[in-house]
Write a protein that binds this ligand. Structure first.
Ligand code: GLA
Length: 385
């Protein structure tokens, strides 16, 4: 059953009335540009066919009453206010508590209570931004329900602030693509100016997502550590953000940097260039170059940024071997430490990839991978019934 239909049915069952409105926002897969967003650089994600749906109706109180169908019908309610305590037992609801307080701070008194049923089909822990999709769906729901007209990019910023509220100092990529995706296109985000550029996906290429089924959990120190190293390197290089650094500048300051910070910065500086080069290659449909750039991105994440794990490295090599030199592109996608691999392949190679992964991956990972193909999809949506 489609998630929209599922959330509407769950709403009726739980609240005993029909929903009057519904919001939806997708997850994402990042084609290239990893850990560049919080360095003010470039990223190139697209929205996927899986997402989060919220069916809702006003409830005439000052409270949000929320049902999470996918988490064993877990339920939470909280008062709308400018300062909302985190719920120590329910991680999922804290994303919504965060969003609520940021909206309330800006639109004092304009938001009233809603009953909400949530369901989604983004695989959790797969590095496909289920939490960003949750924040953006909720922000768009509340904004639309009360006529606040919050621009989608501002909803994305509130989502990013909600992650920080929970303890994850993430960048702006995931929420922006979930809010602003366009069907058939990847989105180049300049993460400093927040300028958006649509980049059509080359015709005749399929986006495959291969979930390693090794769960990634980013609310943790590894991500924030990486961010700190980047900030430290930027300071030594005398730039506000690593986006403004060059390889020449990095080499000039090498002796002042410890080895780890040097390699973290090298990843970011080279990755920014790879994003720009990949956009050019996509424009001319040059699969050979896209393939080279995506593999270079993978190696840089593995060796310099150190965010891959053996299962993910193995998966990338299995797919590269199946595709053959320059015939398709593959790399890890997302924050790292598990999660998924993204591949851009010709339709005639899809089966080959699937077969190679199911034949070889279990031997290195002790589990199967899960594979899906996705078009690039639209971002956040809202409708009333
Ligand atoms: C996570 C974060 C993003 C981004 C990626 C890595 O998905 O939420 O902001 O930093 O990791 O590219």
């Amino acid at each position: 059953m489609d998630v929209r239909e599922k959330s509407a049915r769950a709403f009726e069952e739980k609240f005993g009335k029909k929903p009057t409105m519904q919001a939806y926002a997708p997850g994402r897969v990042n084609i290239i540009g990893e850990h560049t967003d919080y360095n003010g650089g470039f990223v190139l994600p697209c929205a996927i066919k899986y997402g989060t749906s919220m069916s809702a109706a006003k409830n005439g109180t000052g409270k949000f009453r929320i049902l999470a169908c996918d988490i064993n019908n877990d339920y939470d309610e909280f008062e709308i206010s400018e300062n909302i305590e985190k719920n120590p037992d329910k991680l999922w609801v804290n994303y919504l508590r965060g969003m609520t307080q940021f909206i309330e701070r800006k639109f004092k008194g304009k938001v009233e209570g809603l009953d909400v049923a949530i369901t989604g089909d983004i695989p959790l822990g797969a590095g496909l931004s289920s939490s960003a999709s949750l924040e953006v769906t909720f922000g768009h729901l509340v904004s639309s329900a009360f006529g606040l007209g919050i621009p989608l990019q501002e909803i994305a910023l509130m989502g990013q602030a909600s992650e920080a509220y929970i303890g994850m100092k993430c960048g702006i990529m995931d929420q922006t693509i979930s809010a602003c995706g366009t069907a058939g296109h990847a989105l180049c985000i300049d993460c400093e100016s927040l300028k958006l550029t649509q980049v059509p996906l080359p015709e005749g290429l399929v986006v495959m997502v291969i979930n390693s089924n090794v769960k990634h959990q980013l609310v943790g120190s590894e991500y924030n550590d990486r961010r700190e190293s980047c900030e430290k390197a930027a300071k030594i290089l005398n730039v506000k953000l690593l986006r403004h650094a060059t390889m020449d500048m990095l080499k000039e300051h090498q002796s002042e940097l410890d080895d780890v910070s040097f390699r973290r910065a090298r990843h970011v500086i080279t990755e920014d260039q790879r994003v720009l080069d990949a956009i050019d290659a996509m424009k001319s449909g040059d699969l050979k170059t896209i393939s080279k750039l995506m593999y270079a991105s993978h190696c840089s994440m593995r060796d310099d940024f150190e965010i891959t794990i053996p299962e993910i490295d193995g998966l990338v090599e299995i797919i590269r071997e199946a595709l053959g030199e320059g015939r398709g592109a593959v790399r890890m996608t997302g924050g790292g430490f598990g999660g998924s691999v993204v591949a851009l392949v010709r339709p005639c190679d899809v089966e080959k990839v699937k077969q190679a992964v199911s034949a070889k991956y279990p031997a290195i990972a002790g589990r199967d991978a899960t594979i899906f193909e996705t078009p690039a999809c639209d971002g956040a949506q809202f409708k009333t019934f």
